[in-house]
Design a protein around this ligand. Structure first.
Ligand SMILES: Cc1cc2nc3c(=O)[nH]c(=O)nc-3n(C[C@H](O)[C@H](O)[C@H](O)COP(=O)(O)O)c2cc1C
Length: 176
């Protein structure tokens, strides 16, 4: 059941810096969304990746409407999600920096759709673009998974929390 609204008076505006600081307490993994543009590899760093549906197999991510790379990948109708490892922080920073030649020092092979699978990533998920929904200053991009693969879990994933990069630390088992 949807709870009743707490008050009929309009909510105060949300301060952008407060929004960013509070939402930074939600940790995420980091992926590189890649594609091919005019025969060249392209990609950018994304923390908003998520699994959406098993049947059909769908994944999604949010992309800023100011992105210059996604509008260039989009016409190909496909993209590949590369789950980054904790050894790929430098790559992640490069893939988040404007104006850099992001693939200059990156080894990759094409996924079935042709989108790059980056050497050393923990997992790759090759997708066909199925939907793009407007959501404020971002768009929600949905893809249907066409093929995917993973390596073992060491090294661990690259994580982003409170505006810092880090790694995953399993909690010690306390039960049986
Ligand atoms: C940890 C991390 C997570 C990010 N997550 C997203 C995201 O989910 N969506 C997005 O549009 N940009 C995200 N970015 C920012 C883009 O990688 C960055 O804006 C990039 O420069 C976009 O480049 P472009 O203009 O070439 O598209 C993230 C950056 C970092 C470092």
């Amino acid at each position: 059941m949807v709870p009743p609204a707490a008050s009929s008076s309009p909510s105060p505006p949300i301060d952008g810096e407060v929004f960013r600081r509070v939402l930074s307490r939600f940790p995420t993994g980091v992926v590189a969304v890649t594609g091919v543009v005019d025969g060249e590899a392209a990609g950018f760093a994304v923390g908003s990746f998520m699994s959406v549906s098993l049947d059909p197999p769908l994944v999604a991510f949010g992309v800023a409407r100011s992105s210059s790379t996604w509008p260039r990948i989009r016409p190909s109708g496909s993209f590949c999600v590369n789950v980054l490892s904790e050894e790929q922080e430098a790559l992640c920073r490069t893939f988040a920096a404007k104006g850099s030649d992001r693939f200059r020092d990156v080894d990759w092979v094409p996924a079935p759709t042709g989108s790059p699978i980056i050497h050393g990533c923990l997992a790759w998920i090759d997708c066909e673009l199925t939907d793009q929904h407007r959501a404020g200053d971002h768009d929600l991009v949905v893809g249907q998974v066409r093929d995917l693969g993973a390596r073992d879990t060491s090294p661990g994933p690259l994580l982003f929390f409170a505006r810092q990069f880090g790694g995953f630390r399993p909690l010690a088992r306390t039960g049986s």
